[in-house]
Ligand binder design. Structure first.
Ligand code: IMP
Ligand code: MG
Length: 175
């Protein structure tokens, strides 16, 4: 197994930048949802680190649940096909849902889930250059260039999720 940081070409977003942005997003969401029944739905597995930080920075009640969908396999380009691997535990009609995503790329995943759940979404990262579906996140952390990034929950072939920052993967690592 290679060293965790060996294949990182450069750091795009540091731990400090991520924490500051997540705090900003949490403040907005706390204000917008203060009189609502907030249910945060994390899209596994990529959103887990963002979700864990975001929920701890909210100052309102929030329930949480998770869904898992698959669209990537072990490639760096979306297959465009979304499959539900793990569904929500309980009915959600009485809640105001926020679908917590790590990154909005082609938009296939979020537009599918948004339609299914009629939910609004915070996404940590947005790569607008790659958008195919007609969707914009309701809360957006950072707009990033069209590069494959890993860390802070995001993976390449299930590795690198445990990096505390977001970095650009060396193209040689997936060539
Ligand atoms: P979309 O359906 O094309 O918008 O892709 C959304 C999903 O693709 C995200 O939830 C990520 O899991 C994955 N993804 C897209 N871009 C990247 C990236 O740069 N690094 C890691 N995962 C990514
Ligand atoms: Mg994901």
């Amino acid at each position: 197994m290679a060293d965790l940081r060996e294949n990182i070409a450069r750091i795009l977003l540091t731990e400090e930048e991520l924490q500051a942005k997540v705090a900003e997003m949490a403040a907005l969401i706390s204000e917008d949802y203060k009189d609502k029944q907030l249910l945060l739905v994390g899209v596994l597995k990529g959103s887990m680190v963002f979700m864990a930080d975001l929920m701890r920075k909210l100052n309102i009640n929030a329930k949480i649940d998770f869904m898992s969908v698959s669209s990537y396999g072990s490639s760096t380009v979306s297959s465009g096909q979304v499959r539900i691997i793990l569904d929500l535990k309980r009915p959600v009609e009485n809640y105001d849902l926020l679908l917590v995503e790590d990154i909005l790329d082609s938009g296939a995943t979020l537009s599918y889930l948004k339609e299914l759940l009629l939910a609004r979404q915070p996404t940590l990262l947005d790569k607008p250059e790659r958008r195919k579906a007609n969707i914009a996140a309701d809360y957006r952390g950072f707009e990033i260039p069209d590069e494959f990034v890993v860390g802070y929950g995001l993976d390449y072939d299930e590795d690198y999720r445990n990096l505390p920052f977001i970095g650009v993967l060396r193209p040689e690592a997936y060539a």
